[in-house]
Design a protein around this ligand. Structure first.
Ligand code: GCU
Length: 417
């Protein structure tokens, strides 16, 4: 296997100090060298790959190609939600080309409605605390991997008592009742959320003798997003999953991941970066709340080792976050927010949608139909969706009703359970 993803090599892009300063948001339909992009063909063949390069080079780091060897160990099925759903786990194993070394597996939980054998649309959700926190059922394995302090474990290890503790954040019963399937994995299956690259998937991709990431190597957000791609590798093979209707969702740091994963994988039909903020859906320039400098200090491992060079020099970034959104075009993306979550800059996130709109216009699809931010609690119209509700930084059952309404617009309303 080779792990280089792109035709251009990292060496071809300028050093950060040599990048031009631009105080304005860079136009999405303009190449790095200033050439205008006027057709879908030019967008898809030139600008879209260029933006993917730029985001990897200067911010998230280069994601390895899909592993050549991947296998799915499907575990026995069990009944869930009073028989309305069936669940099973899939142990996803993959090997790297270093004497076939096997990476730590990813444990994907899949939940499908039982009322029909027909393929259903499906939400893939990444979680912070382990799949066992989503539902109380004992058949779901307790994660062996690192968990946050807030997950109620002991020394970053999960405990039995945390089963089902996140049930109300996800509302899987609602998802199933609305005729959708659901799949989930725990982000720490790829990498724990710590500034330490000695565990998780990263060390498997180090070159001989390498012990820490090089300046353009992938950070933790990219590893989580890459894990989502591996989950999709399985999901597209399942006969009861409509493979052209796989949506991805994550909250906050996993919202940043949900956008990154979908931006880099066209198999993902719709993305909901929920309260993603800085490093995801909020602008780097003109930041309100969390800034590039702050995020690089607090969470340096989320990005590559080049991104900190922009902390005091944000105007040298050759892109801004609206361009991560444009990589979704013409697919739907819902940017959702809470009014008290100023840290994530809800107004700045609407601005990012406005600046992404020209690419949706190029495809002649309804991108951003509301020129103003919608009032609290109302979902905006168009594929560049925006939603802001009252309250704070959290994911709630109420949010899920909006996410499902949004998905229904593009996937069709499903027969209810
Ligand atoms: C911190 C961080 C944010 C992040 C959030 C979360 O607040 O600064 O960037 O989105 O954590 O993941 O909850």
């Amino acid at each position: 296997i080779t792990f280089s993803v792109c035709a251009l090599s990292a060496a071809e892009w300028p050093d950060v100090a040599d990048l031009p300063e631009r105080t304005e948001f860079p136009p999405a339909l303009e190449m790095f060298d200033g050439t205008s992009v006027t057709t879908i063909k030019e967008w898809e063949e030139n600008r879209k790959p260029e933006l993917k390069e730029l985001f990897q080079q200067y911010m998230y780091g280069y994601m390895p190609a899909a592993p050549a060897e991947i296998n799915f160990e499907v575990q026995p099925e069990f009944s869930l939600l009073e028989g309305k759903a069936r669940g099973f786990e899939v142990i996803i194993n993959y090997a790297v080309d270093k004497g076939g070394e096997t990476l730590p597996p990813l444990n994907l939980l899949v939940i499908l409605p039982t009322n029909s054998d027909k393929p259903v649309p499906l939400f893939l959700g990444m979680n912070f605390c382990g799949n066992h926190t989503l539902l109380p059922n004992k058949e779901i394995s307790l994660t062996n991997n690192w968990v946050y302090d807030s997950c109620g474990g002991v020394d970053h290890q999960a405990v039995e008592g945390s089963r089902g503790s996140q049930f109300n954040d996800w509302g899987i019963d609602t998802i199933i009742n609305r005729g959708y399937g659901f799949a989930a994995f725990h982000s720490a299956d790829l990498a724990p959320d710590v500034d330490d690259f000695s565990n998780g998937v990263h060390p498997y991709f180090f070159k001989e003798g390498q012990t820490s990431p090089d300046p353009h190597d992938w950070g933790t957000l990219a590893a989580w997003a890459w894990g989502a791609h591996r989950a999709v590798d399985y999901l597209v093979t399942h006969p009861q999953v409509r493979k052209e209707q796989i949506a991805i969702i994550g909250h906050s740091r996993l919202g940043k991941t949900a956008l990154l994963a979908a931006a880099f994988d066209d198999r993902i039909a719709l993305s909901i970066p929920h309260q993603a903020g800085c490093g995801g859906t909020a602008p780097n320039r003109e930041s309100v709340g969390e800034s590039v400098a702050i995020i690089n200090r607090a969470f340096p491992h989320w990005f590559n080792n080049t991104f900190p060079l922009f902390s005091d020099d944000v105007n040298r970034l050759p892109f801004d976050q609206h361009e991560l959104i444009t990589l979704m075009a013409p697919r739907p993306v819902l940017v959702s927010n809470a009014v008290e979550d100023k840290w994530a800059d809800p107004d700045g996130q609407f601005r990012m949608l406005q600046l992404a709109a020209p690419v949706y216009d190029l495809y002649q699809v309804e991108g951003l139909l509301d020129q103003q931010q919608p009032e609290l609690g109302r979902l905006s119209n168009g594929r560049l969706g925006y939603y802001i509700r009252s309250g704070n930084h959290s994911m709630t059952r109420g949010d899920w009703l909006v996410f499902l309404d949004y998905a229904d617009k593009y996937f069709g309303k499903q027969p209810a359970m």
